[in-house]
Ligand binder design. Structure first.
Ligand code: GUN
Length: 295
């Protein structure tokens, strides 16, 4: 069997077209314009690229966008004061503070300071708690994107044996919670594996769906999966550079070998990656609708 390639690039494009229409309708029918602010502290090159992409995507979709580029030595007090101002700014529905933050700033305190009403990253404990009890307001963007990839490629999630490899707060724990909910696009039986799991292959071999978020290049090999498995690869690992100096990226799955056994698989790049920013846009639209009493 050679797998169906699940294209995050294509599915993200489809969702963005739907959002663009919804944003135009919100403006026309309700005079509501969703607003997103991005805050970057310091000049980390990767973070600058991510924030730039978030700003550009918002603008393309018709979302009002503001961007703060703060110096590396910004104090935590000043950052918290800015967040307080943005929490109270009616033009702004979503606040995104790009991570990682410089070492002298306490990331947890900063994330907790963002109003849960504007927490479009879904990292605030209120957002995560609501997700856990099945009443989500904002679902973290990467796991939300994974669920959309599965749903929109017609993968049967209900009753499936899902094995999540990795237990981070950003991917592993939330995707496990999303897929076990009593809800459409969920109702799976979920196992979460991690660095202390005794026999990883025992679990992955019986999985109908594997979500690989281990942060380790090619950690999932062909002998660890069963025929017909669906594989979502969240990993982005740089294994070298080309002669032209371009980064060579691979996922957490040995793609070339596993695709010969899988029924469907996401590539890296072009799988989960393009979904993350798209789901941020979806959360921002939801924040605007909630603020306007339309959701
Ligand atoms: N840094 C890398 N990914 C993310 C993300 O999804 N949200 C934020 N705020 N920072 C990040």
């Amino acid at each position: 069997m050679t797998a169906q390639i699940i294209s995050g690039t294509e599915i993200a494009k489809e969702i963005r077209a739907e959002l663009k229409q919804e944003i135009a309708d919100l403006k026309e029918k309700h005079n509501v314009v969703p607003g997103l602010v991005t805050v970057l502290v310091g000049a980390d090159p990767a973070s600058q690229v991510y924030v730039g992409q978030k700003e550009k995507t918002s603008q393309n979709l018709g979302i009002y966008s503001e961007r703060y580029d703060l110096p590396e030595d910004t104090s935590q007090e000043d950052l918290l004061a800015l967040i307080d101002k943005l929490n109270n700014d009616p033009k702004i529905n979503g606040i995104l503070v790009q991570l990682p933050l410089p070492k002298h700033i306490n990331e947890t305190e900063v994330l907790y300071a963002i109003s849960p009403k504007k927490d479009v990253d879904g990292f605030h404990p209120v957002s995560l708690g609501k997700l856990m009890i099945g009443e989500p307001d904002y679902i973290p963007c990467t796991p939300h994107g994974i669920q959309q990839l599965l749903i929109r490629s017609g993968v049967k999630i209900e009753g499936a044996e899902v094995v999540v490899v990795g237990r981070s707060n950003i991917v592993g724990k939330p995707i496990a919670n999303i897929l076990l909910q009593k809800a459409d696009g969920a109702n799976a039986t979920v196992t979460v594996c991690h660095t202390r799991t005794r026999d990883l292959a025992f679990h992955t071999k019986r999985a109908d769906i594997i979500i690989a978020a281990a942060g380790k290049a090619k950690a999932i090999t062909a002998d660890m999966v069963k025929d017909g498995v669906v594989v979502i690869d969240v990993g982005v690992n740089q294994i070298g550079t080309t002669a032209e100096g371009k980064r060579i990226l691979v996922g957490d799955v040995d793609f070339e070998a596993v695709k010969e056994k899988a029924s469907a698989i996401t590539p890296v790049p072009g799988g989960v990656g393009p979904m993350t920013i798209t789901m941020l846009m979806m959360n921002t639209v939801r924040a605007a609708k909630l603020a306007a009493g339309l959701a």
